[in-house]
Write a protein that binds this ligand. Structure first.
Ligand SMILES: Cc1cc2nc3c(=O)[nH]c(=O)nc-3n(C[C@H](O)[C@H](O)[C@H](O)COP(=O)(O)OP(=O)(O)OC[C@H]3O[C@@H](n4cnc5c(N)ncnc54)[C@H](O)[C@@H]3O)c2cc1C
Length: 405
């Protein structure tokens, strides 16, 4: 198989109650040709299809699942520019200039995504949010203050706040935090469907279920073979297959972990009214957001394996652990879990995604938008691949490209 098979999520994700997509999907019943084939119709594929179709390219999307039913259904959808790896930790890893470029591009991607959602009139509960990065076992208060200074030095304005402000303004029990602005939360499945619909309006076609089994390339053409026996011929192919990584990229520097999340019952409005996005500088970490219908979502408790059965065996301890942590920092919250789920979660050491040409495959590109900023990086993927395919200069190509064998 051209991509790894993974058990992407289990349990009862909050977004699954939205039901199935009312998208005009087709069954692949003959060989076809197009400009670009996108393999994977999750949020990365949806953003890609919208972007490439708006550049005037003929786009075909393929997915072996229903669109949006991969990791996109399991995400908690905090849209943040703050990369998993703090700026002060990224600088020693990739150098000052590169770390600054990565953080600034991430900020631009969140802004671009929000603008694009609004321009397209997509109704996905997009909500402007403040974000709190709480001190923890990775960064103490002093280090957090230093991190804030680094960010402000490069134009990413944020402020350092202490216990009293956290208690008075948010009812939060924590010692200190960096408070930043201009993050978002959203409903990820609606977001995905919204962008797919926009692409379809521009004549993109979605074939589902279709499993891609093999890819052949020549200097001028890509041939996408499917398990149904039909082949799609294109000038370019883009893999947006999430954590089901193309075989050619399996040795790239990433890991697939397991993670857990839950959504509470509806809270009283005093608890969630001003609740910002919250995440901890800790390992294991906790992150928190609210929903437009007054629930709290929290997640974390990652483990360094991806086996679905092993993951499920831990549900009985991981969800109570999340409830306990939530209660500790937000004592007024009702931590009853109305929805709980687990999933695969890809990470890289730098917190940065890998995006670009697939080494060894002519005219094939891939977006591995991994980590806690996965959706921000999906937007980056759409921008970069559009530039690469249409022959425009991509300023950050070198920063995110795949390692050559
Ligand atoms: C619990 C959890 C919480 C998260 N929280 C956040 C968060 O708060 N913010 C954030 O930005 N990110 C978060 N993420 C990460 C985010 O969810 C992912 O980055 C994002 O969903 C990946 O989208 P995707 O479209 O790349 O992958 P997917 O949604 O998995 O889509 C890939 C698609 O490719 C298809 N596919 C694979 N192989 C083939 C094949 N051979 N043929 C045909 N189709 C194929 C699959 O069926 C799938 O539908 C979280 C993830 C999890 C699990």
């Amino acid at each position: 198989m051209v991509t790894a098979e993974k058990d992407l999520h289990d349990g009862n994700p909050l977004w699954a109650r939205s039901g199935s997509a009312s998208l005009p999907m087709e069954l692949l019943q003959k060989d076809i040709s197009t400009d670009v084939v996108i393999i994977g119709a999750g949020i990365s594929g949806a953003l890609m299809a919208e972007e490439l179709s708006s550049a005037g390219l003929r786009v075909v999307l393929l997915d072996k699942r229903e669109p949006g039913h991969g990791s996109t259904m399991a995400t908690t959808a905090l849209l943040q520019y703050e990369i998993d790896q703090p700026l002060m930790r990224l600088i020693p890893q990739i150098g000052f200039e590169n770390a600054v470029r990565a953080w600034r591009r991430s900020k631009l991607c969140v802004e671009a995504l929000a603008v694009r959602i609004q321009m397209s009139g997509i109704r996905c509960g997009l909500t402007l949010q403040k974000s709190l990065y709480l001190n923890g076992n990775m960064l103490n208060a002093e280090q957090l203050q230093k991190e804030m200074e680094f960010r402000n030095q490069i134009g990413l304005q944020s402020e350092f706040i202490r216990r009293k402000t956290l208690q008075d303004e948010y009812g939060l029990h924590a010692a200190s935090a960096i408070r930043s602005y201009h993050s978002y939360s959203t409903h990820p499945y609606r977001l995905c469907l919204g962008f797919l619909k926009k692409a379809i309006e521009r004549k993109a076609r979605i074939f589902s279920p279709v499993r891609v089994s093999e890819v052949d390339t020549s200097p001028r053409r890509v041939y996408i073979h499917t398990t149904y026996g039909f082949t799609i011929t294109a000038r370019h192919a883009v893999f947006t297959t999430g954590y089901e990584v193309p075989a050619q990229l399996k040795d790239q520097p990433f890991r697939i972990y397991s993670t857990w999340a839950m959504a509470t019952c509806r809270q009283s409005s005093s608890v969630v009214k001003n609740l910002p996005l919250i995440w901890e500088a800790s390992n294991p970490y906790l992150y928190v957001r609210s929903t437009t219908d007054g629930r709290i979502i929290c997640g974390g408790e990652d483990e360094s394996f991806s086996d679905g059965e092993k993951r499920n065996a831990l549900n009985h301890s991981k969800i109570p652990a999340l409830q306990k942590k939530l209660k500790k920092i937000l004592p007024a919250a009702d931590t009853t879990a109305a929805y709980s789920w687990s999933g695969s979660f890809g990470i890289t050491k730098t917190g940065l995604p890998m995006i670009g040409e697939v080494p060894g495959l002519y005219n094939c590109f891939a977006v591995m938008a991994f980590g806690g900023n996965g959706i921000t990086w999906s937007r980056l993927g759409a921008e970069m691949i559009r530039n690469l395919i249409t022959g425009k200069k991509e300023p950050d190509e070198d920063l995110f490209r795949f390692a050559k064998k």
